[in-house]
Design a protein around this ligand. Structure first.
Ligand code: EPU
Length: 417
């Protein structure tokens, strides 16, 4: 159990460099299994979810070499093995081994994935997609055995544009005979990142980033090279921190088009920033206005920034409302925010009211999930006095070198076991 200790209310200045995106990297690494033998993935973030994923890669006999922030993955001696529950529950992204191993071997045995407890998070759309490609799925006590003598490409309609299902079916479709078309696909940047990697290996994919994606099954793949996109959620988190405590704080490595919904919302509530090339500069805003936010799939306001944004809105003048449409259990952070002096009320299962501005005071709090942990971290940074965040491992799942980055811009923050 680790604990982050913050002495808050320090002005933050200097430059933070954004790492590679967690939710891209966790799909790109399993995707490397499809390459002929070696792949290079640049800009891999230093987060614990990647370590968990690499344990599964090693179980399957892939050789992994780290070079700075790059991974060289040699999958030439891969063996298909059942993935034990203790590995698959470590993170959500273990579900990508379903698509990849099905494409490569026509068989996979794995347990239901883990990940943050922010809702039920079923994987029925993934399973329905595999079945439509011709796979047989057996589920015994959360253990999935998926087999296919031959996968056959076809047109598949998703009832919801799920990020994970879009990537998983794209991966499985590589091993299918003929063309697979996904209708109502997710359009998040992660999809484009994974499609570019597969295209680099020689797979023909059209339409990634739009609602219709076409994948042609491909037998002989090349080695793959790709770079993980900068993390749009980490970018957004540091931008929020800059709006609360920054003095010309520079956030380097952003892609504006990936965070447009956040940027437009910040403009609407009076927060100013400047973008030059890939660097955004932001300073503390003393007069933040209240607002209404509804989380949506891309390009709407991302659910993963909802909890960090809640902390920002505790400093806004007036009453804000957040409507969370993706997950039914993503307001747990508000319990501790209120203990720090915020005034938030859960109005219904998916609606939160935030009244501001309120001065926050440091106290002992507990992170309950990754982005909820980030919300408390931001609260600790703006609070008077000392905040201790228990269960801070959650934060380390998704924010690379967070302590080093925050210290380098002037925060008084430590981590201890
Ligand atoms: N859903 C279903 N059935 C499915 C799949 C999804 O009902 O088969 C529902 C989910 O329960 C949820 C919604 O659809 O209500 C969205 O789920 P989606 O499949 O799009 O999300 P995911 O693949 O489980 C990824 C990220 C999440 C991020 C979402 C949305 C990874 C490993 N996780 O999850 O990241 O919130 O996309 O962008 O890529 C985080 O980083 O904190 C995080 C939770």
């Amino acid at each position: 159990m680790s604990k982050i200790i913050i002495n808050g209310n320090k002005e933050l200045t200097g430059e933070v460099k954004i790492s590679g995106a967690k939710n891209s990297a966790v799909a790109l690494i399993p995707a490397a299994i499809l390459a002929r033998n070696k792949s290079i993935i640049y800009n891999v973030p230093e987060i614990s979810d990647i370590d968990y994923l690499l344990n599964i890669m090693e179980l399957l006999n892939c050789k992994i070499e780290h070079k700075n922030d790059s991974l060289i993955i040699d999958s030439s001696n891969i063996i298909n093995k059942p993935i034990p529950e203790e590995l698959s529950v470590q993170m959500r992204a273990s579900y990508y081994f379903m698509g990849v191993l099905l494409a490569k071997f026509g068989k996979v045995e794995i347990s239901f994935p883990g990940g943050c407890n922010i809702g039920a998070r079923p994987i029925d759309i993934h399973i329905k997609g595999f079945e439509e490609l011709g796979a047989k799925v057996e589920i015994v006590k959360n253990r999935y055995t998926i087999t296919a003598e031959e996968l056959k490409g076809k047109k598949i309609y998703f009832d919801f544009p799920s990020v994970g299902a879009t990537i998983n079916i794209m991966l499985a479709a590589v091993g299918a005979k003929g063309t697979t078309i996904i209708e109502n696909a997710a359009t998040e940047p992660e999809i484009v990142n994974v499609a570019s990697f597969l295209i680099n290996m020689g797979v023909k994919i059209r339409g990634a980033g739009t609602k219709t994606i076409e994948i042609e099954g491909t037998k002989e793949l090349d080695n793959g090279v790709c770079e993980v996109f900068p993390d749009r959620i980490e970018s957004g988190t540091y931008i929020i921190i800059g709006a609360l405590l920054g003095k010309d704080l520079k956030i380097k490595g952003i892609i504006k088009e990936h965070i447009e919904a956040l940027l437009m919302k910040l403009e609407e509530i009076g927060i100013k920033y400047k973008i030059e090339n890939d660097t955004l500069t932001i300073s503390k805003c003393d007069n933040i206005k209240s607002t209404y936010i509804k989380t949506l799939v891309f390009p709407g306001f991302p659910t993963d920034l909802q909890q960090p944004m809640t902390t920002l809105l505790t400093q806004a003048h007036g009453k804000s409302i957040i409507e969370e449409t993706l997950y039914e259990n993503r307001f747990k952070n508000t319990y501790d925010l209120n203990r720090m002096g915020a005034v938030t009320n859960v109005l219904s299962l998916n609606k939160l009211e935030i009244k501001g501005p309120r001065k926050l005071k440091g106290t002992k709090v507990i992170a309950t999930d990754l982005r909820g942990g980030a919300s408390l971290l931001i609260a600790g940074l703006i609070a008077e006095g000392t905040t201790e965040i228990e269960n801070s491992e959650y934060i380390l799942r998704g924010y690379g070198n967070v302590i080093g980055k925050l210290k380098s811009i002037g925060a008084d923050v430590e981590i201890c076991e």
